[in-house]
Design a protein around this ligand. Structure first.
Ligand SMILES: Cc1cc2nc3c(=O)[nH]c(=O)nc-3n(C[C@H](O)[C@H](O)[C@H](O)COP(=O)(O)O)c2cc1C
Length: 278
């Protein structure tokens, strides 16, 4: 049993091509059931579904599903449908990686939707545990997206998990139990090991704060498509428009640290060759 990668502990032992670390997909392909319960994720699974892996949770004693003791905490925190979070995974050298991602609480568990060519998804496929950090603080998202050199990782509560040394409100430690690939994205359904209070501070609603997170969403979309060679996609001009509005609002209403991040967004866009936004 590999305590760092609880999701892989349900797998039979044997030589691993990853030098002691198992690839969830490589090994679970052999053990997964074919997908017969379309209704299980009917809103996620469409006709173009390429791959579905159901991860056996023989290690049930370690896995606490969200319909037990943590449900009310999570329901309370994730009450508005889709929420933004910081997702932390580890790579094969056990190096932690943080990325901003959307999270949903479904009946079946927590779900995240990484692009299939993201580092986060690569780590998950290779057996990484998953920490989800919840905060409304745009500056933490800013560090993750634009200033990763500032991030300080510390150990989570369970072995092999990492979190950020940051004022988040709550964090969840989880392992994947179902992976569905569809189009450019995967849906990863997670089993929750624990939900932990953070040291978040009181936070009044600020439009500038929310708009900065919005700007970061569009920046990462533009980054992704431009770096993949899709400079001409029709959505680009709409995203640039949204970004431009978000930045103008941060500049008008935001504190100096929010504005500083907005200027870094502008610089990043200029470096991408999208200079006319700010
Ligand atoms: C608030 C926010 C939410 C995001 N949500 C997602 C998401 O749900 N899925 C995704 O793949 N990328 C999402 N992104 C973009 C990723 O953070 C970005 O592409 C990142 O580089 C992930 O890829 P990586 O794992 O390779 O670092 C989001 C970005 C922001 C700022």
């Amino acid at each position: 049993m590999n305590p760092r990668h609880p999701a892989s502990t349900a797998l039979p032992n044997g030589p691993s091509p990853l030098g002691g670390r198992r690839s969830i997909l490589a090994e679970l392909r052999a053990h997964s059931k074919s997908y017969t319960q379309k209704e299980f994720l009917s809103d996620l699974v469409g006709s173009s579904t390429r791959l579905v892996v159901e991860i056996s949770t023989d290690n049930r004693e370690r896995v606490v599903d969200v319909d037990t003791e943590y449900l009310s905490k999570l329901r309370d925190a994730l009450r508005y449908g889709h929420h933004e979070a910081i997702v932390i995974t580890v790579d094969e050298a056990e190096k932690p990686h943080a990325a901003a991602m959307g999270v949903r609480l479904l009946n079946e568990g927590l779900a995240i939707f990484p692009y299939i060519d993201s580092r986060t998804y690569r780590n998950i496929k290779a057996g990484s545990p998953v920490s989800l950090l919840f905060t409304h603080n745009a500056l933490i998202f800013c560090d993750v997206v634009l200033r990763p050199f500032k991030l300080r990782y510390v150990s989570g509560r369970n072995s092999g998990f990492y979190v950020l040394d940051a004022d988040v409100d709550m964090h969840v430690e989880a392992v994947p139990k179902l992976i569905v690939e569809e189009g450019q994205r995967a849906s990863v359904i997670l089993s929750v090991l624990g939900v932990y209070e953070g040291r978040g501070r009181y936070f009044s609603y600020s439009r500038a704060n929310s708009m900065l997170i919005e700007a970061l969403v569009y920046l990462t979309k533009i980054r992704y498509f431009i770096s993949s060679g899709y400079r001409e996609i029709p959505e680009l001009s709409r995203w640039i428009e949204m970004l431009s509005y978000s930045i103008s609002l941060v500049r008008r209403l935001g504190s100096s640290d929010l504005v500083e991040c907005a200027e870094t967004v502008c610089k990043d866009l200029k470096d991408l060759g999208v200079g006319s936004v700010c």
